[in-house]
Design a binder for this molecule. Structure first.
Ligand code: DTR
Ligand code: CA
Ligand code: ZN
Ligand code: ZN
Length: 438
């Protein structure tokens, strides 16, 4: 279950440099729009992302143990990703280049639709080093943006801006593939690229949560997401020049990205912040042990969801910002039978002033015989707003959005949903708590 904030307002929009639309022009009309211009990203399935990693692991295992530039495992990886995107309706193109006397490949995938003069691109290098399968470095980023691209297709998402995804070759040899892509992008095309998001190592086994400190709008988008999860982040200090975003930054395209750490050692202060140990963030960096067991699931899940959040919000456009900012916690909390009260919470941030007189409080409690229950909303200052007081008798569950006049409460802070079971025999749990601000 995940705790999340889902922005449906495009936070802190500012005009980013116009970018280039260069990839295969969409050959077909966009699929029927299921949504357009909204920015509430779906949850990205960790199971699906890990399945892509399992498939990349199999490719490495079946091709000499790696997926490195110039080796059969790399081309097999490109073909694997391309097939999934073609099946999902993307317009794909493989860009060939030569390096060290061997052929390299980039994969570019365009989602049909959106303004071709405003392109948001997400990318990851797909190659590994020759010493191992490269599951964290960088199957993790490659799988996360693949699953995000597939989620866009499943949702039929039609954002204001045009979405493009890229998988780079030969990053490990010096950002070769992404440099080739950018160098072959005409200036007019580059100027349509509004932002490039880079994901290289986002599932490290002893993870930190680092955000690139490049474009401020992109940086804020990521930091707001993690703030909504209650996960502290740090600025990525070693990143400049260290991955494919550098190829785009070097020609003036706004960039950003996420990173969970490589061979550097996590400090004790960082252990306090994120857990883990004062050892390397990824002790298998560039090693043969960078396999599917070299992944921290929580980090991969959180970062995959952050990828989707950024892709949705940065492409939603700024013409008519959609209403509402949602803070949600979907963790399950058991309610002891005829026992003590329990609570779940969301941390609200980024809202100016007080909460509204019509604060939407989404409650999802699974409990036979809801007449047992007393349910309260507790504001950050401790004020109690009773939502349910043992009514409903033998009816099951409370799945309801209450409207609360919370206009005397400061919006930002930790809000709690408290539930108490005051009669024996029937037992249940809090399944979800959501606050929606206008
Ligand atoms: N160059 C990446 C790993 C890497 C090391 N430091 C950073 C900082 C930010 C992004 C990536 C990296 C690689 O080995 O693929
Ligand atoms: Ca998820
Ligand atoms: Zn690497
Ligand atoms: Zn990498």
């Amino acid at each position: 279950m995940k705790l999340s904030v889902r922005l449906s307002a495009f936070a802190g929009a500012s005009a980013l440099v116009l970018g280039a639309f260069a990839g295969a022009a969409p050959a077909t009309a966009a699929p029927a729009a299921a949504t357009s211009g909204t920015a509430a990203a779906p949850d990205i399935s960790l199971t699906n992302v890990k399945q892509h990693l399992t498939d990349l692991q199999s490719i490495a295992t079946n091709n000499g143990g790696n997926r490195a530039h110039g080796r059969p495992g790399y081309k097999a990886s490109i073909d694997f990703v391309k097939a999934k995107l073609d099946a999902a309706g993307y317009t794909t193109a493989i860009q060939q280049f030569s390096y060290n006397g061997t052929t390299g490949y980039n994969l570019i995938a365009d989602w049909p639709g959106g303004d071709p003069n405003q392109v948001i691109m997400a990318g990851s290098h797909l190659d590994s080093v020759s010493s191992g399968p490269g599951i964290n470095d960088n199957g993790s980023g490659s799988a996360a943006i693949l699953e995000t691209a597939l989620a866009v297709a499943r949702a039929g998402y039609q954002p204001t801006k045009h979405l493009r995804f890229g998988w780079w070759g030969a990053e490990e040899l010096g950002l070769v593939g992404s440099k080739y892509y950018v160098n072959n992008l005409p200036t007019t095309e580059r100027s349509k690229l509004k932002g490039y998001l880079n994901f290289d190592m986002i599932g490290s086994p002893n993870p930190g949560y680092f955000v690139y400190d490049d474009d401020p709008v992109i940086e804020k988008t990521f930091k707001d997401y993690f703030a909504g999860l209650g996960v502290p982040t740090e600025i990525e200090t070693e990143g400049d020049g260290r991955s494919d975003h550098a190829s785009f930054k070097n020609v003036g395209i706004p960039v950003g990205g996420l990173f969970t750490g490589a061979s550097r050692t996590k400090t004790s202060a960082q252990v306090q912040k994120w857990g883990g140990t004062t050892t390397a963030f990824d002790r298998c960096y560039h090693s043969s042990c960078d396999t599917t067991s070299n992944i921290n699931d929580t980090a991969l899940d959180r970062n995959s969801d952050a990828v989707a959040h950024a892709v949705w919000n940065l492409s939603a456009g700024t013409t008519t910002p959609p209403p509402g900012k949602v803070f949600e916690n979907t963790a399950d909390v058991s309610i002891p039978d005829n026992g003590a009260a329990v609570s779940t919470s969301v941390t609200v941030s980024g809202i100016t002033g007080n909460a509204p007189s019509s604060l939407a409080v989404g409650v999802d409690i699974v409990h036979p015989y809801k007449g047992d229950l007393v349910v309260d909303l507790i504001a950050p200052d401790g004020s109690v707003y009773n939502l349910h007081n043992r009514s409903g008798g033998s009816a099951d569950n409370i799945v309801q959005t209450f409207t609360v006049n919370a206009s005397t409460e400061v919006a930002n802070g930790t809000w709690q949903l408290r539930a108490q079971d005051r009669a024996s025999a029937d037992v249940g749990y809090i399944s979800g708590f959501k606050l929606t601000f206008p």
